[in-house]
Ligand binder design. Sequence first.
Ligand SMILES: C[S@@+](CC[C@H](N)C(=O)[O-])C[C@H]1O[C@@H](n2cnc3c(N)ncnc32)[C@H](O)[C@@H]1O
Length: 214
Amino acid sequence: MTTIANLELLETYYEVISRKLLDKFSMGYTKETNSGVFVPSSLNIIHQAFIHLIDTGVIDKNKPFLDAGCGDGRIVALASSLGIPAWGLESDEELVALAKHNLINLKALGVIKESAAIIHRGNFCDDKSYTNMDHQFSDFGTIYNYDNNAGLLASKIAKEAKPKTVYLLYSGDEIKEEFRGLVFMYDLDLVSNSINTSAALEIPQGFVRVYAKE
Ligand SMILES: C[S@@+](CC[C@H](N)C(=O)[O-])C[C@H]1O[C@@H](n2cnc3c(N)ncnc32)[C@H](O)[C@@H]1O
């Protein structure tokens, strides 16, 4: 189980990184990519969600986790720090390099330990991306997305994932989406209680919607 100290280290690490990169990215710590928009998730909110979902048996820690569109790698790092083997796929070359660099630093800091934390470049809708990772899309037990091509990903899960695969969709939007072939279980309406004042455009309140493949 991740200690609060680990979460604080993770939050502080990404806070420092995002402040450092504010000038490099022209729109603040956010970026328009060729497939969507990079805006980071709130680590605090997603940590709360993961703890709840692990405790209630919705996330099976033994099954691989995928962050589809992993940006700077923070959710891969968070999942791995909780003992879940985690992979991230990202289409943007600059973000892939940043995410890999972050995971190396977080291993050195001891936030990431023995659980996998691996980043690959690729389109999460494309099967070739999974071959390059030595995985199949159907290997993943939990798939996470922060509001980027979420409908395309939902269709892929409905068609190709194993039954009971969990789809976690993070969103600031109050309106919940329905996806054919996926059952909506519930959503968590969460507020960040981070002590950090964030330089990134993380939303302080968000919904983590839980869907499952039928
Ligand atoms: C809102 S950001 C979320 C980043 C990270 N998952 C997080 O929660 O902090 C969405 C990311 O998904 C990437 N993305 C969107 N569509 C993609 C696709 N089809 N394949 C790979 N990456 C994609 C974007 O480039 C962007 O970096």
